[in-house]
Design a protein around this ligand. Sequence first.
Ligand code: GAF
Length: 375
Amino acid sequence: MSFEDVFGTAPDGSWRAPGRVNLIGEHTDYNDGVVLPIALPNQIVVTASKRADGRVAVSSAGHQRVIEFAIDELAPRSVDDWAAYPAGAAWVLREAGYPIGGANLLFESDLPSGAGLSSSAALLCATQIALLGLIDVEVEPAEVAKLAQRAENQYVGAPVGLMDQTASMCCTAGHALAFDIRSGSLDQIPFDPEADGLTLLVVDVKAPHRHADGEYAARRKSCEHAAAQLGVPALRSIAYDDLDAALTRLDDEVDRRRVRHVVTEIKRTEDAIALMKAGRLRDVGPLFTASHVSLRDDFEVTVPELDVAVDTALAAGAIGARMTGGGFGGCIIALVPTADAGAVLGAIEKAFAEQGFTAPTALAATPSNGASRIN
Ligand code: GAF
């Protein structure tokens, strides 16, 4: 159905916000660490028109239903299901003092949800820039990202870090975004695997997210608990060279493994950034694989589908592979000589069929631009 069919009026504009894959730096953002995402070509598009009654009506191409709420009446978790995200976006803008008005919003997406590709962050970011665009207010992309994180933390109730929203807002085509959460610095690193004869494969392993929300919150708690015990504001403060000494000061064995993942992952991410800046993308491959091992054994956020996909990709010729995103399902990325990309994907499909897993799907990982107005 067209916008006019759904809302009986013409739209005033369209805005878009992409999903992301993180190259490396997993579960480091809420530890004040460093991350290295790219934005995907897959995105959420929202078409919008102004309303004069202070109400927001949302619909999506996949759902016939229109859900409506009054901006003035929004309170954390007052709207649920997928509409919680546009509601959270309106709520956070109102809380931050932006004089947003009512709107009709129609969402379309080619970004799979539940695949760990940040569809939630994209939905929040797209809604925020549409609501701001309708009142001709421009807000810095990094600031929009912080507001989107606040909406997800406080309105939706998910204790996520700042990577996904910042990737959706601030990435640029042809680059990976080196985002240092502690300093706030955003460094665009040229990323063109094709120029090195490589392909970045993104494979959705189609595993259902099992207990992802509770497990994510538990990982975050463990990190905060360990930081408190070590007397630091966040695990970023533990230098890689001081890791062994820090581990002896922790009494909980699980916390020790969580800390080892975070501190070594920050080091791997810094090393990957340095290698990419030096034009040595091939040497980043082993860091991807070490990251996966750490996420599997120390952070314990993988599932069999992710492990099988990574192991199979490596055996079939990938020079590095890892899960990407929060884990417990979602996607893997694999850095593969372009000539072997088809064989690697075929090997993963075959291994999944043998294991009785749902068939995986591949996505193009072209590094794309962050969110923007379309028209
Ligand atoms: C999820 C979260 F939303 C991010 O903030 C980040 O912590 C990621 O998991 C793990 O790196 O995508």
